[in-house]
Write a protein that binds this ligand. Structure first.
Ligand code: GDP
Ligand code: IMO
Ligand code: MG
Length: 421
């Protein structure tokens, strides 16, 4: 049985918290795409942990954590993450399995990411500069280097070839602001250490678990609106963040997918460039940022903030067949006189309720307003105890999204989670 957990907005919805919260119901948590561009925060006993490439079940003793073929891995950052997670009590050495087919992020990929962003000038994507785009580019271009190759006697030779191609592009950009030698030293040291971990043919392992009726949670990174096909292209990431990515990123057949759990914030945020129709560039936006501590878990950048966008949410639910919803950070909305929801777009002044092909049109949103609530809800543990305005907002969202909200998160902690029947 495979359930899927996905972000429905532009990332940072709270996937890490929910995955960690739900892990006791699963035997396996598996990442299927993305890489160290992700930053998933978990709060355990008041202490915050940020995971980038490791799946969010890593703090549970009895859970196998798989990094699938669809993921890209930077050995340097990965070893740092493994060290700090092991130190904090994560079960990495025993419980982690890494697909031989996951692709390696090389130092030259990271440099190329920076060079390509610098060349974009005002059109910057706002990449996390973790080398994600150049690595997937080499994968799709059939030039990539897979992590299983670290065990091959030809590894160094293959590495040099992949590196040279990226260096040629970097030269094309006339980009010189890097020290490749020291980056390579770090890279090869990390690769050396990586060999101690458990590498597997994860597509076989996952399918064996399915045959054994084990419960698997596929954990997404980024969000549906950053999907390479369906997101706000080109301001997207380089992988499929929607449910289709689970099949290709882990080797799971579509008919094996069961529940698709969609995570969204009660408002909306975005880091980096690109359209954001419900964005608030005013005091309300700043208040959301301050109250919600909306600064990136990976890069520390301030996140752009706005009201919830129902056009985008309906789109994301449709694309992935989401049948269960989790609403995060409702606590952040306490104290606002009104809470708004974007219900339609005005694209060059024309009203539409679809996410349209973006040709650089001016995009604004039409809003519906709801009564806000004053009460602090961070200690509420039962749905019935929520203020009536919160319940009315939830009723409204459920009727618009035609999907039940089964989990309501009112703070970063595991115990700040309300589960509805
Ligand atoms: P992810 O990338 O989807 O895992 O999300 P991030 O970890 O990047 O960002 C979510 C942030 O919100 C983290 O700092 C979480 O600790 C925090 N968080 C998660 N759920 C809640 C919630 O219900 N209320 C509040 N106030 N914070 C939350
Ligand atoms: P999690 O898993 C929020 C954004 C970047 C940039 C664009 C492309 O924590 O939700 P990339 O580095 O992938 O080339 O960047 O995508 N982005 C994210 N935004 N959360 C993330 O991950 C993100 N991963 C990438 O800010 O706009
Ligand atoms: Mg994040």
């Amino acid at each position: 049985m495979v359930d899927v957990l996905l972000g429905l907005q532009w990332g940072d919805e709270g996937k890490g918290k929910v995955a960690d919260f739900l892990t006791p119901n699963y035997d396996v948590v598996a990442r299927f795409q993305g890489g160290p561009n992700a930053g998933h925060s978990l709060e355990i006993n008041g202490k915050r942990h940020v995971l980038n490439t490791l799946p969010s079940g890593i703090f549970h003793e009895n859970c196998i954590n798989i990094i699938g073929n669809g993921v890209v891995i930077d050995p340097v950052r990965f070893m740092e993450e493994i060290d700090r997670t092991t130190e904090a009590g994560g079960h990495v050495i025993e419980n982690l399995r890494i697909s031989h087919k996951a692709h390696l992020i090389l130092p030259a990929h990271k440099i190329l990411d920076a060079a390509s962003e610098a060349a974009r000038g005002k059109e910057k994507i706002g990449s996390t500069l973790r080398g994600i785009g150049p690595t997937y580019r080499d994968k799709i271009g059939r030039n990539g280097l897979r992590i299983g190759e670290i065990f091959s006697p030809r590894f160094k030779e293959r590495y040099e070839k992949v590196k040279e191609r990226s260096l040629a592009l970097i030269a094309h950009y006339s980009y010189t602001d890097f020290d490749l030698k020291s980056m390579e030293d770090e890279f090869f040291n990390a690769v050396e250490r990586l060999r101690a971990y458990q590498f597997v043919n994860s597509e076989y392992l996952v399918n064996q678990y399915i045959t054994e009726d084990r419960r698997i949670l596929a954990e997404g990174a980024q969000g549906s609106m950053l999907d390479i096909d369906f997101g706000s292209y080109p301001f997207v990431t380089s992988s499929n963040t929607t449910a289709g990515g689970v099949c290709t990123g882990l080797g799971i057949a579509p008919r094996q997918l069961n529940n698709v759990i969609g995570i969204f914030k009660a408002y909306c945020t975005r880091v980096g460039g690109g359209p954001f129709p419900t964005e608030l560039n005013d005091k309300v936006g700043q208040d959301l940022r301050d109250k919600g501590r909306e600064y990136g878990a990976t890069t520390g950048r301030p996140r752009r903030c706005g009201w919830i966008d129902l056009v985008a949410l309906k789109y994301a639910i449709m694309l992935s067949g989401v049948n269960k919803l989790c609403m995060m950070k409702g606590d952040v909305l306490s104290g606002f006189d009104e809470v708004k929801a974007g219900v339609a777009y005005l694209q060059d002044g024309e009203r539409t309720t679809e996410v349209c092909f973006d040709y650089g049109a001016e995009l604004n949103a039409e809003f519906v307003s709801h009564e806000g609530w004053r009460e602090d809800i961070t200690q509420v543990t039962a749905y019935d105890a929520l203020p009536k305005e919160v319940k009315s907002y939830i009723d409204y969202l459920e009727s618009e999204l035609k999907t039940g909200i089964q989990l309501i998160s009112v703070g970063p902690g595991r115990n700040q989670t309300i589960v509805r029947d």
